[in-house]
Design a protein around this ligand. Structure first.
Ligand SMILES: NC(=O)c1ccc[n+]([C@@H]2O[C@H](COP(=O)([O-])OP(=O)(O)OC[C@H]3O[C@@H](n4cnc5c(N)ncnc54)[C@H](O)[C@@H]3O)[C@@H](O)[C@H]2O)c1
Length: 402
């Protein structure tokens, strides 16, 4: 039998457990040798859930020094990506890092320097590139069906996004802002569809319109506040935004949160937050193309809806409806493609991403989601965050000045 790829998972939370560990356990060519998480109980419960017995570490330094790993998957909160990736690389381990690469251009450059020195692979978890709908869009563009693309619009509606305000994602400190945490996916898709021009300048508008105390969607009893968490909230039976983490609580009780104070269901209306609940960002590239990305986390639907315009026509796509429409510029003939469902998270994108990573580190495929791509999407996100905070257009080159 072929040697299995030995993985260490760093950050055994939602993505670490439910996506990557679960997918690795289903494969015959890979195995999980070790978990690393600052919370010992989360690792224990994850191992029990998966029915595996990996070694446990509270720091990545100890993990990479004591294990002979082929790769680590980094699924910690975004702020820790940089230090974890550098530590793994300095110990000669390949890295699959869930987006974003890091929460600043500076952090990305530090990872790139460590990767160059180590000569190891760092692949980005840009799972949208592995989504069959977007792969179809990319293929149609590559086949020159709409000619050279000069304009892209994406509207992202994310009903689950309001739960960002219940967790670490609500803090600029931990995620660098939602233009990086969430938008880096989309800014990467723009660059990928456009064949990687350089982003030049970015403007954005964003803020909190709805997820604040003024918009609590029910009447409060005087002297009875909401929260602090959904499961403790006196209004949990009437709140339409209840964030149900009973599955985790059944497994872990409140014990995991007692170890590190990390509560996953803070009241989304009253939690302290430094990110936006909706916004629009616009980017201009050095090949003259332009793109806009709207993201809204207060919405009843989840979808990404694209319009991509080229010299010879346009393409529209919906990730949820799995429909791609091609409209040639001088013809009434419209072609519609219904993209079949695929098994697995994010419309089948997650297993495709893991499969690609394994093929990259075993030499079967070249890495096409590189640190350079990760850095450019973080750069656009960082510029968008600066733009909204400073009320100005931000030039990407500003972020690269030493
Ligand atoms: N690609 C996607 O579609 C997608 C979707 C969701 C999240 N993400 C990314 O996945 C990552 C994890 O998000 P999540 O929602 O799973 O978070 P989470 O909070 O559910 O899990 C994070 C885990 O990391 C642990 N942790 C914190 N600091 C650590 C450290 N220094 N070392 C080791 N472990 C540490 C926490 O205890 C927790 O168990 C983030 O970077 C996020 O941006 C990607």
């Amino acid at each position: 039998m072929e040697k299995k790829v030995k993985f260490g998972i760093v950050g055994v939370g939602s993505r670490g457990l439910q996506a990557f560990s679960t997918m690795i356990c289903k494969r015959s060519d890979a195995e999980i040798s070790a978990f690393c998480d600052t919370n010992a109980l989360r690792m224990k419960c994850a191992a029990e859930k998966l029915n595996i017995t990996p070694n446990f570490y509270s720091t990545i330094t100890d993990m990479v020094k004591n294990e002979s790993l082929d790769a680590v998957v980094i699924t910690t909160p975004d702020f820790y990506h940089e230090e974890c990736a550098i530590e793994a690389l300095q110990n000669g381990v390949n890295v699959l890092i869930d987006k974003p690469l890091a929460t600043s251009v500076k952090g990305c450059r530090n990872i790139i320097a460590a990767a160059e020195k180590a000569g190891k692979t760092v692949m980005l978890g840009f799972n949208l590139r592995h989504n069959a709908v977007l792969k179809k869009v990319k293929k149609l563009i590559s086949e020159n069906t709409i000619g050279k693309v000069f304009l892209i619009e994406n509207r992202e509606f994310y009903d689950g996004g309001r739960t960002y305000m219940a967790r670490w994602n609500r803090s600029y400190e931990f995620c660098g802002g939602l233009w990086i945490h969430k938008g880096s996916h989309d800014f990467d898709v723009f660059q990928w569809l456009l064949d990687f021009p350089k982003p030049v300048k970015v403007s954005s508008f964003a803020g909190i319109n709805i997820l604040n105390e003024d918009h609590i969607p029910f009447e409060l009893t005087p002297g009875v506040p909401t929260g602090p968490t959904c499961h403790e909230c006196p209004y949990k039976k009437i709140c339409p935004d209840i964030y149900d983490i009973s599955d985790e609580l059944d497994r872990w009780g409140d014990e995991a949160a007692k170890l590190d104070g990390y509560k996953k269901d803070l009241c989304i209306y009253t939690s302290d937050k430094s990110v936006h609940d909706n916004g629009i960002a616009m980017v201009e590239y050095d090949n003259g193309a332009r793109a806009s990305h709207m993201e809204c986390f207060v919405t009843p639907i989840s979808d990404r809806r694209y319009t991509i315009v080229g010299e010879l026509g346009q393409i529209e796509a919906s990730l949820t409806d799995r429909i791609v429409t091609l409209r040639p510029r001088w013809s009434k003939e419209i072609v519609t493609y219904q993209i079949p469902n695929e098994e697995g998270g994010h419309g089948g994108a997650d297993p495709n991403l893991l499969d690609t990573f394994i093929k990259v580190i075993t030499g079967e495929l070249a890495n096409t989601s590189t640190t350079e791509h990760g850095m450019m999407s973080t750069a656009v996100g960082e510029a968008a965050e600066l733009s909204r905070r400073q009320n100005r257009t931000v030039f990407i080159e500003e972020l690269f000045r030493d």
